[in-house]
Design a protein around this ligand. Structure first.
Ligand code: MSP
Length: 497
């Protein structure tokens, strides 16, 4: 009988291509890669979907400002994301662009299916539009300050809109959606704080029908609506559908078994789109909601969200050049619990890397291998069991990791791994192998070195999803055929100025 392989479908948001990616984008992508690698190693069939969001007013304007046609501009910008994923060592993923034919087909199929189900109608829209966020706001929701009308989310100026448009009957979905989120059974909004935020919003606001088109004479850079020659699709409505495009929606075969998604990873700024609009749209189509939507926090600089438009964005490529890709991956996931905001600074990164990576894991490997060379000429002593003291720590590491990863608690998972690292370093101090060697206690010395090498094998496997090239380096230095191959240090100490 064949082994039953479980599927795991995870997604990142589709990134806007108006500017090059920064640390905020790298963050979601790395987190997704760690999950994908973890579940792949456990034998799941993983679909890891990521890509770029290319239509709408913001991109149209960015293209014009760059003096380019939107298509040529998005081709060029979309590629910068793929280039970064290579640098960040992001493993097998499927990349989707909202300008691809398969996605256009899916979006148009959604239009038609919604019309059949009586979920769309034509009406007139009078209100406000936030171009940077691509959101519609009603008169009753906007902020007014110093004679300006501002976005209640990002506080940037809004534009007045009066247009004939199509609407999706979002208002009809409020009741079941509240019940579904409250129950948290087949559709979970995570972490708990975000669930509360969405529930609070739904309790205090009556959902309005959602405008899902833009007139072509105002904005033509969008997916043609099959219901009206004069309209294209509103960019958020277009983008969300990507998650089912990848599973075949709108194709001849139709949507496949990979839906529902196991988890959508998103940033907390796009919670409502994913926890309100998206499940309602799926429900209207007669599809299952995603199993989980997990909203992570923001990387903040001087108290403000890191963003291109605020000019405080750090280029991940520069950080990787200076500190190495694994140090960067480690820092992002270890420094702050995944749902919380984190403050990004190179000082914090250096401190963490020196303490945990150079002095912790790196030192453990190099001390162990140095002793193995010195006392055993590089041959791993034969043994059958790991010393009691060390067994205790990794004993249930797998189970703990499974629990932490199941909750997307990356920093907690890394803490569990580092408990083992620290314990192994303590063990070396405690056992003082150099004294054992002086005393000629070969038996005990063999046990110590054998045990440490086994622990390093366990650690290589545990860190692999987080720091894939470090895991490879550890394995390479642990050698083959019972002989180690000591190399350069894993993480050189970073000197501070
Ligand atoms: N295009 C939409 C998403 C459509 S999904 C169907 C979008 N794109 S975005 O490029 O603006 O943002 C993509 C993701 O990056 C969001 O999840 C956002 O939260 C995240 N980040 C952008 N800046 C960030 C930080 N400073 N910190 C952490 N993540 C942030 O929204």
């Amino acid at each position: 009988m064949g082994r039953i392989v479980s599927k795991f479908y995870l997604t990142t948001p589709l990134y806007y291509v108006n500017a090059k990616p920064h640390i905020g984008h790298a963050y979601t992508e790395i987190a997704a890669d760690v999950l994908a690698r973890y579940y792949r190693a456990k034998g799941s069939e993983v679909l890891f979907l990521t890509g770029t969001d290319e239509h709408g007013q913001k991109i149209d304007r960015a293209a014009r400002e760059a003096g380019m046609e939107p298509k040529a501009f998005t081709d060029k910008m979309s590629a910068t994301f793929g280039d970064l994923w290579k640098i960040l060592n992001i493993d097998t993923y499927e990349f989707i662009r909202t300008t691809e034919p398969r996605h256009v087909r899916a979006v148009q199929a959604v239009w038609r299916d919604l019309e059949k189900k009586g979920e769309v109608y034509k009406g007139s829209y009078t209100g406000w539009y936030c171009t940077p966020d691509e959101n519609f706001w009603l008169e009753s929701q906007v902020l007014r300050a110093e004679g300006k009308v501002l976005c209640p989310d990002c506080r940037r100026p809004l534009e007045k809109i009066e247009e004939e448009n199509f609407f999706f009957k979002l208002s009809g979905h409020q009741k079941w959606l509240m019940e579904e989120i409250e129950k948290g059974g087949r559709f979970k909004v995570l972490p708990e704080t975000r669930k509360n935020e969405v529930m609070g919003f739904l309790k205090n606001n009556e959902l309005q029908d959602l405008c899902i088109s833009r007139p072509k004479n105002r904005l033509s850079w969008g997916i043609q609506s099959p219901l009206s020659e004069g309209h294209v699709t509103y960019v958020w409505f277009d983008a969300l559908i990507n998650y089912i495009t990848a599973c075949g929606y709108g194709s001849d075969k139709g949507i496949d078994k990979r839906w529902p998604a196991d988890v959508h990873l998103i940033g907390k700024d796009i919670l409502r789109h994913h926890a309100v609009i998206w499940p309602a749209l799926l429900h209207a189509l007669g599809l299952e909601p995603p199993k989980r939507v997990f909203a992570h926090g923001w990387w903040v600089v001087d108290g403000q969200k890191m963003s291109k438009s605020l000019g405080n964005a750090t280029d991940p490529i520069e950080i990787v050049k200076t500190y190495g890709v694994d140090a960067f991956r480690y820092f992002l996931l270890r420094e702050t619990p995944f749902g919380n905001d984190g403050t990004f600074s190179e000082e914090a990164l250096i401190t963490r890397c020196n303490a945990d990576l150079a002095n912790g894991l790196g030192n453990l490997l190099s001390r162990t291998l140095t002793m193995c060379e010195k006392y055993f000429e590089g041959k791993i002593p034969e043994g059958t069991f790991i010393a009691e003291y060390l067994k205790e720590a990794p004993g249930d590491l797998d189970r703990r990791l499974e629990h932490a990863m199941g909750n997307l608690a990356f920093s907690e998972a890394l803490e569990h791994i580092w408990t083992v690292v620290n314990r192994a370093n303590e063990y070396i101090e405690k056992k003082a192998p150099w004294t054992l060697a002086k005393q000629g206690n070969r038996q005990e010395l063999e046990l110590v070195i054998f045990s440490l090498i086994q622990i390093l094998n366990i650690l290589a496997k545990a860190v692999a999803p987080f720091m894939p090239s470090t895991a490879e380096k550890i394995r390479a230095q642990l050698g083959s055929g019972g002989k180690i191959a000591k190399g350069t240090s894993l993480f050189p100490r970073i000197e501070t100025k």
